[in-house]
Design a protein around this ligand. Structure first.
Ligand SMILES: C[S@@+](CC[C@H](N)C(=O)[O-])C[C@H]1O[C@@H](n2cnc3c(N)ncnc32)[C@H](O)[C@@H]1O
Length: 288
């Protein structure tokens, strides 16, 4: 993963200055980004760039340990079915193949990379508040660019620039998503269904899915976006103890369990545990 890998120019053209909102351009040798007003942002050694409003402290996002577990779990292909279902939702629609994607809370960039592989002409931006995630996302795909940013702040993205916004198990910002989508563009949200990881919830003391999740999702997006399609993806994985441990470690559960407690609970599971992956995919269009 070279820090000097060229940034995809079409992805740079999606970005806006977090200070003044002006367009950002790559500095010579892709050493960073600069806007016409002179605000400048250095490229990190790992290849990503931080684009936050002045003085804005984002939520820390996933820790180094959570990101390491996410890298391991996704690299093993356990969520390949989720990536495929996401790609199906992103490429559905009657507006032609999308060319510009933004993955909010995109983590390691693995899902975006899978979708970009299906769209040979497209570029993408992965935005995440975790610098550990952004470091990984910087090397996820040659047509993707990684940004440390905050979904809850003004996004460092130009108005009406993006064909698809993706949000997979991450926070949504309806107003900002509507601002950055071009007319006819779509938001695709992936959320856990009620039976997601059901076999692990009791034995491992995991957080269960909020039954009111769908209504809350609607409430945050409705004023800015309207639902246009819905789909579901469900499959059964067979996971060994190591895979179960990384699955738990990469998620929100990681903060609620001690490593010893988790290890003891995992040891009581059969080696080769059936685990249901069950997600809902909802697609939204800009209002008006
Ligand atoms: C459960 S992970 C999902 C990551 C990725 N979408 C995936 O499915 O592999 C949630 C991600 O959202 C990020 N995140 C949390 N709050 C955020 C915020 N306010 N802005 C941007 N990213 C955020 C975390 O750092 C983490 O990478």
């Amino acid at each position: 993963m070279s820090a000097r890998r060229p940034w995809p120019a079409a992805a740079v053209r999606l970005l806006a200055c977090p200070v003044c909102g002006g367009p950002l351009d790559a500095r010579p040798d892709d050493a960073g980004l600069r806007c016409p007003a002179g605000h400048s942002f250095d490229r990190a050694r790992q290849g990503h760039v931080t684009l936050l409003p002045p003085g804005h402290v984002p939520p820390s996002g996933d820790s180094a340990a959570m990101v390491a577990d996410r890298v391991a779990f996704l690299a093993a292909g356990h969520y390949a079915g989720v990536t495929r279902a996401l790609g199906d939702a992103v490429t559905a629609g009657d507006d032609g193949p999308p060319g510009a994607l933004l993955d909010l809370g995109g983590g390691t960039g693995q899902h975006l990379a899978g979708v970009l592989d299906r769209l040979p002409g497209a570029v993408g931006v992965v935005l995440d508040s975790s610098r550990y995630a952004a470091r990984r996302a910087a090397g996820a795909h040659p047509r993707a660019l990684a940004v440390v940013g905050d979904t809850w702040a003004r996004l460092p993205v130009r108005d009406a620039a993006v064909d698809r916004v993706l949000v997979v198990f991450a926070p949504r910002n309806g107003a900002e998503t509507a601002r950055v989508l071009r007319p006819g563009g779509r938001l695709v949200v992936v959320t856990p269904a009620a039976d997601h990881l059901a076999e692990l919830v009791g034995p491992l003391g995991l957080l269960s899915v909020d039954p009111d999740k769908a209504r809350r999702l609607s409430a945050t997006l409705d004023p800015h976006l309207r639902p246009v399609a819905a789909a579901a993806h469900r499959e059964e994985l067979e996971l060994d103890h190591a895979a179960v441990t990384t699955l738990v470690g990469m998620g929100p559960h990681a903060r609620h369990l001690t490593p010893e407690g988790l290890a003891a609970a995992v040891a009581r599971l059969p080696e080769g545990t059936a685990v249901t992956v069950s997600v809902e995919l909802s697609t939204w269009a800009r209002q008006g």
